[in-house]
Design a protein around this ligand. Structure first.
Ligand SMILES: Nc1ncnc2c1ncn2[C@@H]1O[C@H](COP(=O)(O)OP(=O)(O)OP(=O)(O)O)[C@@H](O)[C@H]1O
Length: 271
């Protein structure tokens, strides 16, 4: 069956200019956070990006999410190149592509109830009547297995795992196609991590979601992903099916990453 491509990233670069070390320095140096990266994300897959700290993973996530603009290169959503998209197209993209960040704590307004935070995306995108929004919020809580009593509480009343469930509920509220999960379980205890990863797998099956899954943890990536891109110093050094990456790594950098995985991991796949 022909795979349908949702996102196509073509030769993107993101360079950050470093401050001049002295006032007469002529050439301003730059950090190549992302340096000529290309990949496609297929519908309903989990596409992983793995690499050590500073390899450029989060910068790729922020580029795909349009939080920052590339120095060069193009990102396509289906046939639409994003830099030349009009306002309505970008608004649709912002609805279709949602992000779940690493820290579950900073993302919800501490002074607002969870109900307010879950209703907010509908207000921003002007979707549904008040009754429809309330009904949808109840359904969202069911999806992430949280009780109704969640709604009139505040963020400080929840654990990290519960907050990440709320963030996921918020991210799926507008029925997006793609979730960008940037180290979304890294801040959680291992047992809670497993629960959230299983929740994400269930939601993907139920809602037909596509994931861009970013992590430094090779075990977590192996557990979650269909295809994996390995990043090092702003470049993709290897991109392949997950099984190939683990069973038959081609790049020496991938091999050295794999050799550093702790073997006693709760995520080791038996398949
Ligand atoms: N706004 C910025 N200004 C300057 N340099 C930046 C900026 N954002 C990222 N960088 C640099 O770009 C490189 C890639 O950073 P990035 O955060 O994308 O890596 P990462 O793989 O996600 O690592 P981590 O998991 O530690 O965040 C790093 O050297 C980082 O210091």
């Amino acid at each position: 069956m022909e795979k349908s491509t949702i996102i196509s990233v073509k030769n993107i670069k993101k360079y950050y200019k470093l401050p001049r070390s002295h006032p007469f320095q002529r050439q301003q140096e730059s950090i190549k956070a992302v340096d000529d990266v290309s990949f496609d994300i297929y519908k309903s897959e989990t596409f992983g990006i793995v690499g050590e700290s500073g390899s450029g993973k989060s910068t790729v996530a922020r580029l795909v999410n349009q939080l920052i603009r590339p120095t060069a290169g193009d990102i396509y959503y289906y046939d639409q190149e994003l830099a030349s998209a009009n306002k309505a197209q970008l608004m649709d993209y912002r609805k279709q592509v949602q992000m779940v960040f690493q820290s579950p704590y900073g993302t919800l307004d501490p002074r607002k109830t969870i109900e307010f935070s879950l209703l907010e995306p509908f207000a921003i995108h002007n979707i549904g009547t008040t009754a429809e929004r309330t009904q949808r919020v109840a359904t969202l809580l069911d999806y992430v297995s949280l009780p109704k009593s969640t709604l009139n509480k505040y963020p400080h009343e929840f654990s990290g795992g519960q907050l990440q469930r709320i963030n996921i509920a918020r991210a799926i509220s507008l029925e997006p196609e793609l979730l960008i999960l940037d180290e979304s379980v890294s801040a959680l205890d291992v047992s809670v991590q497993a629960q959230i990863l299983n929740l994400l797998n269930d939601l993907q099956e139920e809602l037909g979601l596509t994931y861009l899954f970013i992590s430094h943890d090779l075990n977590v990536v192996r557990y979650m992903c269909d295809r994996i891109a390995v990043m090092n110093q702003g470049k993709i050094v290897e991109l392949n099916d997950a099984k190939e990456i683990y069973d038959n790594p081609q790049a020496s950098y991938t091999r050295s990453l794999l050799s550093a995985i702790p073997i006693s991991s709760p995520y080791l796949r038996t398949t």
